[in-house]
Design a protein around this ligand. Structure first.
Ligand code: PLP
Length: 385
């Protein structure tokens, strides 16, 4: 996928909508990332970290039984097998390594369900950086286990009591706090969102998913490239990383959003957390909360590059319902012995529907990114199944 323009825009989206006090910090970050990304030593250090600590490369495995049932060939990119159980580790290890290179001593992050917070706490522990995680008070109650997990990993968890006391408010608070300590602290974004250079940088750090999968598909498929490449979209980092490996091929790219958090489908252009993109808003332009059974998809915006890919038609964005997602978890569990995260099951759910409806032609090949494992979702599933 292309790089953003000089102003950090992907088409009409993206940019850098931050208070003046953060402009130098964003510029310093862009400069530092450009240098690091062009430095073979940094790349080697990161590759080694990803291999030794995160268990990369993650495999691509054929979903044999499900493929037979559906009449299409399904390959799964297994980010559920990465350390900490999802793709988030790819991004945070990269940013933590960059923070250390920049001489920062602390990582600041926000978290909704706690997944990004846990990943950041993990990277901080590994690389010797202090970690402060902002989390909505309501999310802290709902995700008590992850709060404990972060503290066990040595992170400080700060409750956010503003607004709806959830992810959107925690993100605002983390950015406000960053303003007060930009010299020593590094703001670690959890997805392809935030002001430039974050959406671009996080996509580059996640493209390891797509680059690996491209090679792995070439070994697995006689056609080399799958006909469809499918991933779930919250902010859009696992999808952006996956798509990056296939955007220059004929593969159709499909991003699957939660019905209640579908910014690409139901959002309007707005500015949120430092960037312009499609955002869920009410009639007065107020940002509304997203709702999904998958906490990791509860973000009211979508990364600016996805908004651009939607505008240009290079990728398609579709939605699935909570009920379809639960059915998809059960189906993958019984056919393949894999318990996907509720987020990842969105991608599976669309494949099930599209195969059933004939939208996926019989015999076609489909790569699905399984962004994470479902152990964290067992309680939610017990309530619904
Ligand atoms: C956080 C999360 C997501 C959503 O984030 P993206 O930036 O859209 O990838 C998806 N799946 C899992 C397992 C997650 O933890």
């Amino acid at each position: 996928m292309g790089d953003p323009d000089r102003l950090g825009r992907f088409g009409d989206h993206g940019g850098q909508f931050v208070p003046e006090s953060l402009v130098p910090a964003c510029q310093e970050l862009e400069q530092a990332f450009r240098e690091a990304w062009a430095d073979p030593r940094f790349r080697r250090d990161l590759d080694r970290l990803l291999a030794v600590q995160a268990g990369r490369p993650t495999p691509v495995t054929p979903a044999w039984n499900l493929s037979v049932e559906l009449g299409v060939t399904i390959l799964l990119k297994r980010e559920d097998l990465a350390h900490t159980g999802s793709h988030k580790i790819n991004n945070v290890l990269g940013q933590a390594l960059l923070a250390r290179r920049m001489g920062k001593t602390r990582l600041i992050a926000e978290t909704g369900a706690g997944q990004h917070g846990v990943a950041t706490a993990t990277a901080g522990a590994l690389l010797g950086l202090r970690v402060t995680v902002f989390m909505g008070e309501r999310d802290m109650e709902r995700q008590a286990l992850n709060v404990f997990r972060m503290r066990l990993l040595g992170a400080e968890v700060v409750p956010v009591t503003a607004g709806s006391r959830t992810l959107k408010d925690a993100t605002s608070e983390a950015m406000r706090h960053w303003v007060t300590c930009v010299d020593s602290a590094y703001y670690c974004a959890g997805s392809v969102m935030g002001p430039h250079p974050y959406p671009w940088m996080v996509r580059e750090l996640q493209r390891v998913i797509g680059d690996e999968a491209r090679t792995q598909c070439a070994a697995e498929l006689s056609t080399g490239v799958p006909d469809y490449v499918v991933a779930c979209v919250g902010g859009g980092s696992n999808a952006a990383g996956t798509f990056a490996g296939f955007v220059d091929t004929a593969a159709r790219l499909v991003g699957v959003e939660a019905e209640g958090g579908a910014a690409a489908t139901f959002g309007r252009v707005g500015v949120l957390h430092g960037f312009r993109s499609y955002v869920l808003q009410d009639d007065n332009g107020q940002v509304v909360e997203a709702h999904s059974i998958a906490a990791g998809l509860d973000y009211p915006g979508i990364g600016p590059e996805h908004a651009h890919l939607a505008d240009s038609g290079r990728a398609r964005y579709v939605t699935v319902s909570d009920d379809e997602v639960i059915a998809a978890v059960a189906r993958l569990a019984r056919t393949e012995g894999i318990l996907p995260a509720l987020e990842s099951a969105h991608a599976v759910a669309w494949v099930l529907r599209a195969a059933d409806s004939g939208e996926l032609p019989p015999g076609c090949t489909v790569l699905v990114t399984l962004s994470g494992r479902g152990d964290k979702d067992i309680t939610a599933l017990m309530e619904r199944l």
